[in-house]
Write a protein that binds this ligand. Structure first.
Ligand SMILES: [Fe+2]
Length: 319
C-alpha cells in the first residue's frame, strides 16, 4: 500500500441540534446574515426533523453550519464534557465593532474575549449553544454576497471548534495519529490543533474541563452534534477509516450518502463526534439550480413517496 497518508483538509460543516425551526432560521439568516443554502429533512426512523443548511452563495465547504431544530420532538440535550461546546466563526477583524453593535441591537448579550491572541465576541444561539466571532485578517473565503450584512463585514465561515475534554492525552493521540492534526500552542486550559495547511476553518481547540458533567450524545435541543471535515476523495476517506481502525479507534461508521456529500463518522476518544466528508461534484446544485438554492423545501429522494406526510408533520417555517 503506497497511498499518501490520509489527509483531513479543513472543516466541511458543523451540525447543531437547536430549538425551534423559525428561531434557528431567523438567527442564522437575519442576525448572522448567512445564506439559507438548503432546507431539507432528516428522517430518523420515528419522525422527520428539519435539516437546515446555512453558508455562503454555493454552500462551500467550511462555510456551512447545519441544524436539526429539535423543539418539535421535545427532546433536550445536555451540554458538557465530551462534546463540541463552542462554534467560532470568522469575520474580518475590522468588523468586530460592527458585529458587537449588531448583536447587541438584536438583544444578544455579547462579551469581548480573546483566545490564542485573536479577539473574539462571545454570545449564544437562542437555544443556548455558545458561539463566537473571531476577528481574522487574512480569510480569503467568499462570504454570502447578498445577505443582510454587506460582504466586507460578513461572516466568512467556520474558524474553529472547541471540544471539552476530561484529559488531553487521548485526544492528542487521536489528532496526531488519525486526524492529520498538528499541535500549535496552548493557552490556559486550551490546546490548539490545526488540520490541513492550518489557519482559519481548520482549527480544533481542546478545552481541559474535567469538572464539567458529561454531555448527551442523542439528538436533543441545545447541543452541537458533530463537526465534519473535508477529505478529497473516497480513497482518502477509506484510508482515514483504515487508519482509525488500525490505531484501535474502531467506533467508525460505513460511508453514508447524505445527498450532497458522503460521510464517515467516528466517535473520538473525548466523546465528540467527527466526520470525514467527501463533497459530491454537484454539491448543493444536485437538486436545485444556483438561482434557487435554499428557496424551496427539498424532500430527500428516498422519502419522496412520503413527501406530503413529512411536510405536514414539520412545524411551519416562514422564509
Ligand atoms: Fe455531518
Amino acid at each position: 500500500m503506497s497511498q499518501d497518508s490520509p489527509m483531513i483538509e479543513r472543516h466541511h460543516h458543523i451540525t447543531l441540534c437547536t430549538g425551534g425551526a423559525q428561531e434557528d432560521y431567523d438567527f442564522h439568516t437575519k442576525v448572522l446574515a448567512l445564506k439559507s443554502v438548503k432546507k431539507t429533512a432528516l428522517y430518523d426512523g420515528v419522525a422527520p426533523i428539519y435539516h437546515l443548511y446555512y453558508g455562503n452563495d454555493i454552500g462551500q465547504e467550511s462555510t456551512l453550519v447545519t441544524t436539526f431544530p429539535m423543539r418539535q420532538t421535545g427532546r433536550k440535550g445536555r451540554r458538557g464534557n465530551g462534546q463540541i461546546t463552542v462554534l467560532t466563526l470568522s469575520v474580518p477583524v475590522s468588523a468586530l465593532g460592527f458585529w458587537k453593535k449588531r448583536l447587541t441591537g438584536f438583544g444578544f448579550a455579547v462579551r469581548e474575549a480573546e483566545r490564542f491572541g485573536e479577539k473574539t465576541l462571545q454570545f449564544q444561539h437562542p437555544c443556548g449553544i455558545d458561539y463566537e466571532l473571531a476577528g481574522i485578517s487574512d480569510d480569503s473565503r467568499q462570504p454570502y454576497s447578498k445577505g443582510q450584512v454587506s460582504p466586507e463585514l460578513a461572516i466568512r465561515g467556520t474558524h474553529g471548534i472547541t471540544v471539552s475534554v476530561r484529559d488531553l492525552e487521548a485526544s492528542e493521540e487521536f489528532m496526531n495519529g488519525a486526524w492529520s492534526g498538528r499541535r500549535l500552542a496552548s493557552d490556559g486550559k486550551l490546546v490548539r490543533y490545526v488540520v490541513g495547511d492550518g489557519g482559519t476553518g481548520k482549527i480544533v481547540d481542546f478545552a481541559l474541563e474535567p469538572g464539567l458533567p458529561p454531555a448527551t450524545w442523542t439528538f436533543g435541543e441545545g447541543i452541537v452534534h458533530h463537526c465534519a471535515f473535508q477529505v478529497a476523495s473516497f480513497d482518502v476517506q477509506d484510508a482515514v477509516k483504515a487508519q482509525l481502525e488500525g490505531l484501535g479507534f474502531t467506533d467508525t461508521s460505513e460511508r453514508k450518502d447524505r445527498g450532497y456529500f458522503d460521510s464517515m463518522y467516528v466517535r473520538t476518544p473525548a466523546g465528540a463526534m467527527f466526520e470525514a466528508t467527501v463533497s459530491k461534484p454537484q454539491g448543493f446544485l444536485i437538486d436545485e439550480k444556483f438561482e434557487d438554492l435554499g428557496t424551496k423545501f427539498q424532500v430527500p429522494p428516498v422519502f419522496q413517496s412520503r413527501a406530503k406526510e413529512i411536510i405536514e408533520f414539520l412545524e411551519p417555517l416562514q422564509y
